[in-house]
Design a protein around this ligand. Structure first.
Ligand code: KG4
Ligand code: ZN
Length: 335
């Protein structure tokens, strides 16, 4: 239809989010209740606290989104909900809320993969052109995903240990920065210089996989060794050096894959896409690769939200894909 309304629900981690999307790409409402304040003092997301917050917030966030969109349940064509991957207890809240609404109002239900959502955040900015490549960098994932058409995802590279965001958060913690550490490292990096020599994990020739745990350990060792020698390390320079290493590997592999797979577009996705250094380096690299369009969503669509889940759900809806009432949370769901 030319007036398709999809309600999106996302609760895979620490944001309770509900959104309303029109025709797969127009945001009508996008409400996100963040729990960051509740998790900060623990230095990371506490799963049980996350689940309880989702239960408290779900109906409030839903009502707010419905009010902003000025719609009734009868206007909704389908409900798209994140079924995985993520924290199981957190996912269950969203999945169950979606099922309750779908059942009560007889609305089609569609389970969505969280990473498909991150990728489809880009469609809220620009129409997608295939084949395309997406660099997905979040707290739980670091993947290069090739898409030859809508709804088709081929993971051509992924992290073998820590995700990029995880590495940021762990390095931030060793520098005594608050959770989530990514934005703090990003800010410090902007004030420092990459003067400290840190490793880059290129892995085997031709591999598009990533590895960040060695880099993380190297940062910790650098701090530790300096401490033992009674020296101090400038945390700004250390942050800048760490960030330079992460970005160097991410951008180099993305550019190489974009050329090899001869794609029309490169999409940036996931929370780490908010990183200023990464955005700038990608923009610079792709100026020279004319013919390949780089899409970088605004920060609000890079971090977890439900508009992206509704956008991915819209494609499944158009393909006639529906979930039944046995839909369950799947914390290890494959893309
Ligand atoms: O996609 P997201 O909101 O949640 C997951 O699905 O994981 O990503 C959160 C991650 C966190 O690790 C956070 O530190 C990181 O994204 N992040 C950043 C920046 N903003 C958020 N990392 C580096 N630089 C940033 N500016
Ligand atoms: Zn995410």
């Amino acid at each position: 239809t030319d007036n398709q309304i999809i309600l999106g629900i996302e609760t895979s981690c620490d944001e309770t989010a509900v959104a309303v999307i029109k025709n797969g790409k127009e945001i009508v409402a996008n409400v996100v209740a963040s729990q960051i304040e509740s998790h900060k003092r623990f230095g990371g997301v506490v799963p049980e606290i996350a689940s309880r917050h989702h239960v408290e917030q779900m109906t409030i966030v839903l009502e707010e989104a419905m009010n902003q969109a000025n719609i009734d349940f009868s206007d909704i064509d389908a409900i798209a909900v994140t079924e995985g991957p993520g924290l199981v207890g957190a996912l269950l809240v969203g999945v169950n809320a979606a099922k309750a609404i779908a059942f009560a109002h007889n609305i089609p239900l569609i389970g969505v993969h969280h990473i498909a959502g991150h990728i489809y955040a880009n469609r809220l900015i620009q129409e997608l052109q295939f084949p395309l490549l997406s660099l997905v960098v979040s707290g739980g994932h670091t993947e290069l995903v090739y898409m030859k058409e809508h709804g088709s995802f081929k993971v051509i590279g992924e992290t073998r240990d820590d995700a990029a965001g995880e590495a940021y958060d762990k390095v931030a913690r060793t520098l005594n920065l608050p959770y989530p550490g990514g934005p703090h490292i990003d800010r410090l990096a902007g004030e420092g210089n990459p003067t400290i020599d840190l490793p880059r994990a290129w892995l085997e020739e031709g591999s598009y996989d990533f590895s960040f745990s060695g880099l993380k350990s190297s940062v910790i060792n650098t701090l530790h060794n300096a401490e033992q020698r009674g020296e101090t390390i400038d945390s700004k320079d250390l942050a800048a050096s760490f960030q330079a290493s992460v970005i160097d590997v991410l951008v180099t592999k993305t550019v190489k894959a974009a050329k090899e797979y001869d794609v029309k577009q490169v999409l940036l996705a996931g929370g780490v896409a908010a990183n200023k250094g990464l955005r700038q380096s990608l923009e610079k690299a792709f100026v020279e690769l004319n013919g390949i369009e780089l899409i970088i969503p605004p920060l609000s669509l890079c971090t977890d939200n439900a508009a992206m889940i509704a956008a991915a759900g819209s494609i499944l809806y158009d393909k006639g894909i529906r979930s039944d009432y046995a839909l369950n949370a799947n914390p290890g769901l494959d893309l």
